[in-house]
Design a protein around this ligand. Structure first.
Ligand SMILES: Cc1cc2nc3c(=O)[nH]c(=O)nc-3n(C[C@H](O)[C@H](O)[C@H](O)COP(=O)(O)O)c2cc1C
Length: 500
């Protein structure tokens, strides 16, 4: 049986149990602090917390600061998750609810999710050539590990982006329509991210309002919560810092844009990500064959439909001066067409329009352009005063035949890496993939589909497991490469191999 409710499409018979669906607060596993006392004298070792995290003040460190990250506390290393899984299996016989094998994840999700929901996530544009090319691009780069480099078991995955410290160099890509994959939707993925210190990028095409996600997941703890003192917290893992970013599909109407950006500021979004590669929807054969376009049935429009300026514009346009203008709730089809016309009209903006975004978002707040694939556009981005770019082909979902994002990453980093924060997505499936993109010069990477497969399989638990696994894999892979910090990653660690 498939539930075709406005909440989403999901194969009910294989859905997780109600208790699995409950969005749990952070429930960290018991962490045994690593005893690093015998390494205290090591000349290359800055001061370390007992979990192995680096507490120095280098540019890329996430620790020991008051700017976005927790300090002087016991935080589990991301790699610890691997030991936790083995320990669970040993002590309780408990196996992971979602596979740890990146090559089996998609199939597990396919078996559980509705056809429409799964295909919408998995599918790319056209003949899927860019989806395939993204993966081939990762296979071409191979890692060259270094040996005998000292204490590489103590790693710090922290990065500094736009002056703020982040525990994780992996960010959650903006993904629309999340309740179509599991009823827990955006709140579950956001909660998983918050628990792991992974920035959550809220999509314009969300099925939950920004205010709901912000208040339920990202609101600061109530003042009555006593702050953890260093002495009492040494044996207790403490939560990682939460980070919320906002992704904009850029409306044509500046008043609507102003309203959305104002809401994003109030919600506490740190960074504005403007997606440029989706002025219109691509040819998506899977969705066309399924007859599934979520926006046309009102899904993925929560941000727009809840916006006061959108509501007013809709009423003005379709009310014809009536005493009781039409409401969005009573006219979902027309409202969907109106909203999609604003954000996917095909009427793209121009570079000079970025000045409007800068004015509306604020001079000091970071703006990042997502969907950059050419050196020329990267240079234009720098010239037009944005702070960062995401080298991305939308995971192969937009222009079929577009160049793999990883292929162009190095040349874009070379062109603008000194002026802009260059980030990357499209095709990351493993910790080694993330490591390769970081070594090619990305300052952070975004991951999309794998987390959504985890969500589709087991809601919050599934999304968190996939993210925790990816971070653990990255952490372990850094150690196996002979690297302690993200800032040490560089191209000397990579060899490009052209397979026949
Ligand atoms: C189901 C789905 C929905 C997406 N929705 C959005 C979106 O609303 N906004 C956006 O900027 N990108 C969106 N993307 C693109 C992702 O942000 C990201 O670029 C892409 O998923 C990265 O590739 P990966 O899935 O191979 O990791 C979406 C991707 C998928 C798979």
């Amino acid at each position: 049986m498939i539930s075709h409710s406005r909440e989403g499409f999901h194969k009910m018979e294989s859905s997780p149990t109600p208790s699995q669906r409950t969005i749990l607060p952070s429930t960290p596993r018991t962490i045994r602090p690593i005893n690093n006392s015998k390494h205290e004298e090591a000349p290359t070792t800055p001061s370390l917390t007992s979990d192995g995290n680096n507490n120095d003040n280098n540019n890329n460190s996430s620790s020991n600061n008051n700017n976005g990250s927790n300090s002087n506390n016991v935080r589990p290393s991301y790699g610890q998750y691997q030991l936790d899984l083995y320990t669970d299996a040993l002590l309780t016989g408990q196996k992971p609810i979602v596979t740890c094998d990146p090559n089996k994840l998609e199939e597990q999700a396919r078996a559980v999710m509705s056809t429409e929901g799964f295909d919408y996530v998995m599918g790319g544009a056209g003949e899927q050539s860019t989806v395939v090319a993204n993966r081939k691009a990762f296979a071409q780069w191979r890692l060259v590990p270094r040996m005998l480099r000292g204490a590489v078991h103590r790693r710090d995955l922290g990065v500094k982006l736009f002056g703020r410290n982040y525990d994780s160099p992996v960010l959650m890509a903006p993904i629309g329509v999340q309740t179509a994959y599991h009823p827990e939707g955006e709140k579950a993925v956001a909660q998983a991210c918050a628990d792991l210190g992974v920035p959550f990028i809220f999509s314009t095409a969300s099925t939950t309002t920004l205010e709901d996600v912000a208040s339920e997941v990202f609101a600061p703890p109530p003042p009555s919560t006593p702050p953890a003192s260093p002495s009492s917290s040494r044996s207790l893992p403490i939560p990682r810092a939460k980070h919320l970013w906002f992704q904009l599909y850029w409306p044509l109407d500046d008043d609507i844009t102003a309203s959305l950006l104002s809401r994003a500021r109030v919600a506490g979004c740190e960074v504005l990500v403007v997606t440029l590669d989706t002025p219109t929807m691509s040819w998506r054969p899977y969705d066309l064959d399924n007859g599934f376009l979520p926006f046309s049935v009102g899904q993925g429009n929560a941000l727009g439909f809840s916006d006061p300026v959108v509501q007013k514009r809709f009423a003005d346009r379709f009310g014809f001066g009536a005493d009781e203008p039409p409401t969005i709730e009573d006219n979902v089809g027309a409202a969907s067409r109106f909203w999609c016309g604003e954000v996917f009209s095909g009427n793209a903006h121009r570079w000079e329009d970025l000045a409007t975004l800068r004015r509306l978002w604020g001079e000091e707040r970071p703006i990042v352009l997502k969907g950059i694939l050419s050196v020329e556009d990267a240079v234009l981005a720098a010239e037009h005063g944005v702070n960062g770019i995401i080298v991305s082909n939308h995971g192969g979902r937009q222009l079929d035949g577009a160049v793999p994002a990883l292929e162009v990453l190095p040349e874009i980093v070379d062109a603008v890496g000194e002026r802009l924060t260059v980030m990357f997505d499209s095709g990351i499936r493993t910790g080694a993939d993330a490591l390769k993109a970081l070594a090619l010069g990305a300052k952070a990477v975004l991951v999309g589909r794998p987390v959504i497969y985890g969500l589709g399989i087991a809601g919050y638990q599934g999304a968190k497991h996939v993210l925790a696994g990816l971070l653990a894999d990255l952490d372990q892979s850094m150690g196996l490469s002979g690297v302690q910090r993200v800032a040490e990653l560089n191209r000397s660690m990579l060899r490009k191999i052209h397979y026949a």
